[in-house]
Design a protein around this ligand. Structure first.
Ligand code: AMP
Length: 189
């Protein structure tokens, strides 16, 4: 059976961490466009070279490249067995519309869009902490502030987009990993 969900929320909200737990619980595959792009950067592919410049500035990678990447991922699934949790995708209205078209093509439907909410100052502090732990090249303060701006201007409109579908569910992302995981579980039950 298909099951498709989206994890929406600002950078540093804990989408990646919570996605791991949720995917285990529901036998979903986590599809993180950020992780896929970092894979391309690491392998030195043309896409990786193009993406790195934008990622290091906290800018978004062009929609057509992202949509092509996700589209080819969806091709790997047999009919009626697509089980995906999208993490960090879609990030723009154009990507959300393209996802609608891809899903229509695969006769699949979104079930839930989970919005993980955390206020900006807390996010910046978390991301600065992560910078020290993981050394991600886009986790410096200037890039972090820009990623927040990009989120507000380009990704936040998706909240209204999905609210309109009746599929949006909000979860407070403040607290320990376990507390947030529990809230998600209750919200989805
Ligand atoms: P993330 O790991 O999701 O925070 O993504 C890290 C960076 O990868 C972002 O700041 C963007 O530069 C790029 N990226 C990831 N996902 C997308 C997407 N869906 N659309 C455009 N750019 C993306």
């Amino acid at each position: 059976m298909n099951q498709l969900m989206i994890f929406l929320g600002p950078p540093g909200a804990g989408k990646g961490t919570q996605a791991v737990t949720l995917c285990e619980e529901r036998q979903l595959t986590q599809l993180s466009t950020g992780d896929m792009l970092r894979g391309h950067v690491k392998s030195g592919s043309d896409l990786g070279k193009q993406a790195k410049i934008l990622m290091d500035k906290g800018e978004l990678v062009p929609d057509d490249l992202i949509v092509a990447m996700v589209g080819s991922e969806l091709e790997k699934y047999e009919a009626n067995s697509i089980r995906i949790l999208f993490d960090g995708f879609p990030r723009t209205t154009a990507q959300a519309e393209a996802l609608d078209q891809l899903l229509a093509k695969h006769e699949a439907e979104l079930e839930t869009v989970l919005l993980l909410e955390v206020e900006e100052e807390e996010l910046v502090q978390r991301l600065l902490g992560r910078a020290q732990e993981q050394g991600r090249s886009d986790d410096n303060e200037e890039t972090i502030r820009n990623r927040m701006k990009v989120y507000s201007s380009q990704t936040q409109p998706l909240i209204a987009y999905y609210k309109g579908t009746g599929k949006l569910k909000r979860v407070n992302g403040l607290g320990s990993m376990e507390e947030v995981a529990q809230r998600i579980k209750i919200t989805l039950s």
